[in-house]
Design a protein. Structure first.
Length: 532
């Protein structure tokens, strides 16, 4: 019912409107308590129809002037009031009495039957006018949406520069539809916000509610505007820091771009490191700019802002330990250069081609076309096999092992293995394939064929073709591959060579015994072929 200002006194408010200002109070009472008492007495008089408005008059009371209404003393105007107001006591009392009469008159007029009927009619007219505007806005929005859709369907919507479509029609249609929706709801909210206080003004006793509704929006906007105005010098520093950071980033990107395209050559700095280094430098410059600009941000020194910063800092430190480990590992992997995108590698038992290398993870596409994502911290914890590094200079050595019996000459086996390697696509002629005898086992000799290739991405295909060629070469030569080895009585058993490689009419040899019961040495396959 009253508003207070230390310098101007306390305003007595009645029915949501200011009536007068009191600047002093008798002993034992504050100015605010006196203003509240005057407002309560004035409300009692206004709600008593038997008391006429003309009854509110000042009268002399010996050392003070009382403003009365019938037998109710509304207030006493003392010499202290007159001195504080800089007015004559009687003139001040007459002014206060006139203001009180006007307040009571407004109060009773607003609550009369005629006034209420008129206000109700005005409220209905305002509501109908608002409804008409809302329906018109809805029709305009629907018409605009239909027009946009027609232009999109006809193909004339879109932004073109000569023959190049800069913004596609579908995307531009969605952007325009979104803009129309935002504008529509903004206008609707503004209309509703303006309508409610306007209607409340027509009904008595709603002045405080109307002022409160206005304050819900105006008070935050006023506070934000005042904060922005007071923060302009600090924002100027923030703008300067942002400009300097932007220029530094542009200069850094320019330099590293030139290093990447080999326009600038730095000793000991490979060009393929230019792009990741540029990203790290850009991140460093942004962080430094944020650190420098933080003290100048509006509200940065407030306890709430500092508390939120500490809270997020604790969350970041507790929840990002693994992420930080992956980022650090990613940076180390960038400069270790153990592999590059496109290399065929083996990491943690996963063999495939590197398709992406980020600060957090490394992604590998396996030979079965499966994408495997490995955290960089895990990559650092395992040994890394890179099959593609050697293909650019001497070539990658592919090798496989076969076991052949002792009865076949080792030189012949070498010739067959080397011939199989040379017949395989993807195997280099130079350096030439070579064979290593890796073991002399109980039943067979282990031969390892080694061949060079420059295409590590086809390892699986080359291995498959090499194995097929080895089988063909050995079968054509009539040499059995004892992998796995056989334990059998050879006399009387069929050879393991496929039938397509055997001579026509081949039959396994039968058991033969000498006259004294000793077995006769069996004929070998070569002698049978010679006889035929």
């Amino acid at each position: 019912m009253f508003a207070s200002d230390a310098a101007a006194g306390t305003t007595v408010e009645f029915d949501g409107r200011p009536v007068l200002v009191v600047r002093s109070a008798p002993a034992g009472m504050t100015v605010r308590e006196r203003a509240a008492l005057i407002a309560d007495r004035l409300s009692a008089v206004a709600q008593t129809p038997q008391i006429k408005i003309e009854d509110i008059q000042p009268r002399d009371a010996g050392g003070a002037v009382e403003i009365v209404a019938a037998d109710i003393v509304l207030m006493r105007v003392t010499d202290a009031d007159a001195t504080a107001a800089g007015r004559d006591r009687s003139a001040l009392a007459s002014e206060y009495a006139a203001q009180m009469r006007e307040a009571v008159r407004r109060f009773r007029a607003a609550r009369s039957l005629r006034s209420r009927v008129a206000n109700d009619i005005e409220a209905v007219i305002a509501a109908a006018f608002l409804l008409a505007i809302l329906l018109a806005l809805r029709w305009i929005r629907r018409w605009a949406s239909i027009a946009i859709e027609r232009r999109r369907a006809s193909g004339i919507l879109g932004i073109h520069v000569q023959s190049v479509e800069v913004v596609r029609a579908d995307r531009l249609a969605r952007m325009l539809a979104g803009a129309i929706a935002v504008a529509y709801w903004a206008v609707v909210l503004i209309l509703l916000y303006s309508f409610v206080p306007l209607v409340l003004r027509l009904f008595p006793g709603t002045e405080q509610l109307r002022l409160s509704l206005r304050g819900f929006v105006l008070a935050p906007l006023t506070a934000i505007w005042n904060s922005v105005v007071s923060s302009l010098p600090s924002l100027f520093f923030v703008a300067i820091i942002a400009l300097l950071a932007y220029l530094a980033i542009r200069l850094s990107d320019f330099i590293f771009t030139r290093i990447g395209d080999r326009t600038i050559m730095l000793q000991g700095f490979p060009p393929d490191l230019a792009s990741p280094t540029a990203k790290l430098v850009r991140l460093f410059l942004i962080v430094m700019a944020l650190v420098a600009a933080f003290p100048y941000l509006p509200g940065s020194r407030s306890p709430a802002f500092q508390g939120v910063s500490i809270f997020f800092g604790v969350l970041l430190s507790l929840g990002s330990s693994s992420a930080v480990a992956n980022v650090i590992s990613g940076v180390i992997l960038i400069y270790m250069r153990p592999f590059r995108p496109g290399d065929r590698v083996s990491i943690a038992g996963t063999v495939g081609d590197v398709v992406e290398k980020t600060l957090l993870v490394t992604r590998i596409r396996t030979v079965k076309n499966v994408i495997v994502t490995i955290p960089n911290a895990a990559v650092m914890g395992f040994h890394i096999l890179n099959y593609s590094t050697s293909t650019t200079d001497v070539g990658l050595i592919l090798h496989t092992t076969v076991t052949i019996g002792y009865e076949d000459p080792w030189r012949r086996v070498h010739e067959l293995l080397i011939g199989a390697a040379r017949s395989t696509s993807g195997i280099l002629a130079e350096p030439a394939p070579f064979v290593l005898q890796t073991a002399l086992n109980d039943f067979y000799v282990s031969y390892e064929i080694n061949a060079y290739t420059a295409d590590a991405s086809r390892m699986a295909e080359i291995y498959s073709e090499l194995h097929a060629n080895i089988q063909d070469k050995f079968n054509e030569a009539g040499v059995e591959i004892n992998s796995p080895h056989y334990q059998a009585i050879r006399d009387g058993n069929r050879t393991t060579i496929p039938a397509s490689y055997l001579p026509t009419g081949y039959r396994p040899p039968a058991f033969r015994f000498s006259a004294d019961g000793e077995p006769v040495q069996k004929e070998d396959l070569a002698s049978q072929q010679a006889k035929r």
